[in-house]
Write a protein that binds this ligand. Sequence first.
Ligand SMILES: Cc1cc2nc3c(=O)[nH]c(=O)nc-3n(C[C@H](O)[C@H](O)[C@H](O)COP(=O)(O)OP(=O)(O)OC[C@H]3O[C@@H](n4cnc5c(N)ncnc54)[C@H](O)[C@@H]3O)c2cc1C
Length: 470
Amino acid sequence: MTENGNAEQLDVLVIGAGPGGYVAAIRAAQLGKQVAIVEKDTVGGVCLNRGCIPSKALISAAHQYEAMTQSAGIGLTAAEVSVDFAKVQAWKQSVIDKLTGGVSSLFKGNKIKRLQGEAKLVDANLVEVKNGAETTQYRFRHGILATGSRPVELKAFPFQGRILSSTEMLALAKLPESLLVIGGGYIGIELGQTFAKFGTKVTILEGSDAILPGFEKELSRLVARKLKKLGVEVQTEAVAKRAEQTDDQVIVTYAAKGEERQATAEYVLVTVGRRPNTEGLGLESLPVKLTERGFIQIDEQCRTSIPHLYAIGDLVEGPALAHKASYEGKIAAEVIAGKDSRLGDKKIPAVVFSDPEIASVGLTESEARERGHDVAIGKFPYAANGRALSLNVGEGFVKLVADKATGLVLGAQIIGPEASNLIGEVGLAMEKGHTLTDIAETIHAHPSLGEIIMEAAEGALGHGIHQLNK
Ligand SMILES: Cc1cc2nc3c(=O)[nH]c(=O)nc-3n(C[C@H](O)[C@H](O)[C@H](O)COP(=O)(O)OP(=O)(O)OC[C@H]3O[C@@H](n4cnc5c(N)ncnc54)[C@H](O)[C@@H]3O)c2cc1C
């Protein structure tokens, strides 16, 4: 153990190397700061190792499998298509390894000092990093807390044996025969649907009256329809009560429609939310304020109540999304480097990589009306887009929400293939204060899915070409 007095002095210390922490470290280094980053696990955080990337890899494998087996409608049939799930998992891991390897190289290239171990603040300028039996202390001038979040554990469903969090679910070595998902949020839907495509019998229990609460019903309805087609049983207004594990299955008792019911599955996946990793960091002894919901409180520049300590990502309020964490990481790094960067009123897109895919940014129609806008809506279906039909993906729509008087784009919801990529154009329009006319006057390549955004804008202006204007 290094003694307090001669602990190495660091300029910027980042705790946690997820999308918040690693981006903050790189940005601070770009701005000439000397940076050290502590990570107790693998770099890349939840997103790269057990979140965004592995889930999307499995989703795309399931999607390709579905395309191989379900393309008879366009004249393609394949015999003896099979899934080698161990190989799928190995490929998924290779994607993760490439990306985490990339982050490590960026650390080296940017001369960022990588400290392996678990960090705990001793005081507001001193941290101890525990790696196995060894504990080393470092003094630092500026600190960025980016320790992320972990799955919420339900008391009656502790993560053990056949009751899994998303982490274990993503790492299953074998495809399960059956799966019961508790929680119809985006993680539950993405994973439930993926395993259903691979042939697992899936049941989803959701407490509210529809899956994907938080998204408009006209979107979640299309996902519900696809789930039904895949043979997934969705129970809404269903509250999971208790579980009983046997050697090869779990029996779950839940309440729905005023009665107690039971469902049996090989595994239970609990995805009912995530909780910030504020414990064990040594914060208890420091005057760092938490919000009512237990997140670290920050100001417009990501500063906590201790001015030289910053917090970003899943540790702070707002949507628990990787791109939000990274954006906050850049702000914190820039502020430390003396820039006057602020979070501002940023529009954060949200995507569900369900089938069909959902993406949303800005205000929905009802939110815009609630805020007093006279609203112009442009809705255009994939079914009227040549590229969508040539891709054999004619389901879904784009709904653009704008202010009628000014034409300013206020938001969009997209459901359909590539929604995650299409939403970027609307985000840019909103960021730069563009109008429906700006989008309509932009030439979009033909045939492309992007034309759907242009046609939605034209529709809102009353001069759509490929659909009748009301
Ligand atoms: C299944 C799943 C799918 C997801 N899919 C998406 C998606 O498609 N798109 C999206 O935007 N978001 C997605 N997310 C959310 C996304 O992963 C998180 O929002 C993001 O990872 C948050 O980044 P972060 O930097 O705040 O924290 P994290 O990624 O949680 O990283 C925190 C890091 O800090 C380390 N750490 C914690 N405590 C200490 C300590 N004391 N000392 C040292 N190191 C420590 C941890 O080991 C971890 O590596 C998904 C999440 C899950 C679980």
